[in-house]
Design a binder for this molecule. Sequence first.
Ligand code: NAD
Length: 438
Amino acid sequence: MGKKIAVIGTGYVGLVTGVALSDIGHHVYCLDVDPTKIDKLNRGISPIYEPELEELIQKNMQADRLHFTTDHSIAFQNAEAIYIAVGTPERADGSANLDFVQQVARDIAANVSDQGAVVVTKSTVPVGTNKLVKHWITEALDRDVAIEVVSNPEFLREGSAVYDTYNGDRIVIGAESEEAAKLIEAINKPFGVPVFRTDIESAEMIKYASNAFLAAKISFINEIGTICGKLGANIEDVAAGMGMDKRIGDKFLNAGIGYGGSCFPKDTKALIQIAGGVNHKFDLLESVINVNNKQQQLPLDIAQMVVRGGLEGKKVAMLGLAFKPNTDDMRESASIVLAHKLADLGANITAFDPIAMDNAKRLLPESVHYAASTEEALQDADVAFIVTEWDEFKDLPLTVFEQKMKQPIVIDGRNCYPLSYVETANIDYYSIGRPSVI
Ligand code: NAD
């Protein structure tokens, strides 16, 4: 028998969570303060791009299991579980901003049903926040209502969020109350994903520690890549050889122009602040961030070395704008840093991304032109940057660079092509941690 569940926040996490919970049979009310999003959703349109998501929204709306509202009283009425999935963006000092979470706590206090509810935090929040949430709610309640909190951090990856929800490596449940933990475990059972039960603080830390570790893996391989580049070694072979060691694993060993997105940059900084709060200077993580900042500068450094006469007045093609393939999310994308630096140098940028151009327009310099296709972006360009490894670019015959560009100089920030293939083409090719092909 499905449970009545409210999910607060219909962003990448909340929407996917709400839709997937309805798909496994629960009755889900997704709430957002943004009426435009709710209006779109009520018309069966996904406000974000995620593979499979829109189809699932429509399927579960038709089955009358999935509803969208801006009205708390409707969402919370008889809800056994209330999921918090609002943003926790970074403050100026790097710490997590909990204002949206605190607002949701107040809204819960004002609207929760008298039989009480289990409040489940999916948002990434610093250690101690779930207990604060319980405090915020009970403090604001004017009635005697039973509230339990459960930390249930989210590990989905944008671009494969729906798949990940059904095929996650683990569901972490951190709770004080056995009953609350059991409810959340039962809600998630149909996903068939292994559950890891722990206390609230450890669950909160698992999320930050996991993201920090993955960011460290990326910065580590990027540093090795830089050294390989100087020594004539090939980072791809180095990573492949390392990855065969099961203790290391072969995932997250792709050298490139650094991590971006809505999680790694902010969560690494937040963890430094969390550590600082208990008087620990997290030296390793600070280096991880510094390496990533340097890495994002790399394509520009290469361009300045190899484009004769400098970049001023040159036509530059940017292929890919999203922070990774299969998403329209532009938050903290390497393309933002690159586009602003190129514009400052007086380059004429033409960009193309299969999905993220609408979101990009709000973040890139106004002078950027947007092409309707890869070919149009490359037309007469003096240099091309590959920023996001969309399949569309990986599958591009290299002859297109030769034929369309004025000077076929390609700076591939994502190592999209095997060097053996590049050697067959008539282009000047620079990638990350691999020998140049000129
Ligand atoms: P998002 O910005 O895409 O969505 C947040 C949504 O919350 C927005 O639609 C916003 O309108 C809504 N909102 C804000 N305040 C609200 C309120 N008071 N009541 C109702 N709705 C409100 O954010 P996201 O990417 O989904 O991330 C949400 C949380 O999940 C963050 O803490 C993030 O760190 C974490 N997380 C994100 C990912 C990811 O890949 N995006 C993965 C794991 C964890």
